[in-house]
Design a protein around this ligand. Sequence first.
Ligand code: COA
Length: 323
Amino acid sequence: MQSKIIGTGAFVPGGVLTNKTLEKMVVTSDEWIVSRTGIKERRRTTNSEASSDLAYYAAQRALKNAGVRPDKIDLVITATATPDMLLPSTACIVQGRLGMRNIPAFDLNAVCSGFIYGLAAADAFIRSGAYKTVLLIGVDTITKFTNYKDRSTCIIFGDGAGAVVLQAARGKKGILGSRLYADGTKWDYIHVPGGGSRIPSYAAGPPDYYMIMKGHDTFRVAVRGLEQAIIALLRQARISMRDIDIIIPHQANIRIIEALAMKLHYPMEKIFVNIDKYGNTSAASIPIALHEAVAAKRIRDNDLILFAAFGSGLTWGASLVKW
Ligand code: COA
């Protein structure tokens, strides 16, 4: 039994934050941002929009594209590091709004690697026979926790949601394997100090509300981690890099993607990139990119797709899908 992706969907908020606008907020330039990150603009939620709103619309679209009614879903997993609130889970809020009743729903937090972790979890549930049809959403609203006075982080992140419907299917198509990793000794590389049980929101001061990032250190570990995960996964699946039809990587920085392509001797033309439009949307970046790649007909029947992601935790991983 395989888990097949039978529908994709995506949703980004309407608010566009361009490099030109950022030039008015911090000392930076469009040219610096484009050359160091590949990002031209990103989407930003308004005060009245939360993660579950984006997740709801992305999920609706994925369900429609899959031709699956909400009452046919057996499990909802929401990969997010920016839930609507500490409790309940955003997955429960979305499940209720979609009109799904009495099916399990939970959040999973692996930050920017959330979609890869979620895909592995959904696949395991389906292969075990526990659930047949799973809705997996990747959503983040990192801009809510971004300090727009910190030029090293505010240029990078954007908001968005992507979703897939996975279903048990016989045959050779579906998720072929996943490799997941974490290194918790580097938890402080990317973190938001306040709002949890360490510094509860009532005790937090302004610096605690926002994300802090060691950009340079993260960059180096990201390239190494992604390469390690991909090589291990291909070895496990007995597949060569030449057999991969398309790589859909987490959209963190175009230079990370280019460095990875060089290390793997893989052509950039076969790597899907949309970072210019959305920046780094954390757990949403791979499912948004997948949805756009499908819509643009960059993915054909029987294609081998490689997903690879890296993020706070530190977490990283890769998964292989036969379409
Ligand atoms: N505009 C202009 N200058 C900036 C700037 C900005 N937005 N941000 C930083 N700089 C400056 C720095 O202050 C520094 O100046 P200095 O040399 O006078 O001290 C200089 O640019 C170089 O800084 P550095 O941090 O070495 O730049 P970088 O090439 O490493 O790029 C990042 C910075 C953040 C873009 C890059 O490190 C990165 O993308 N890292 C990975 C982060 C990531 O992917 N995080 C999410 C993981 S999921």
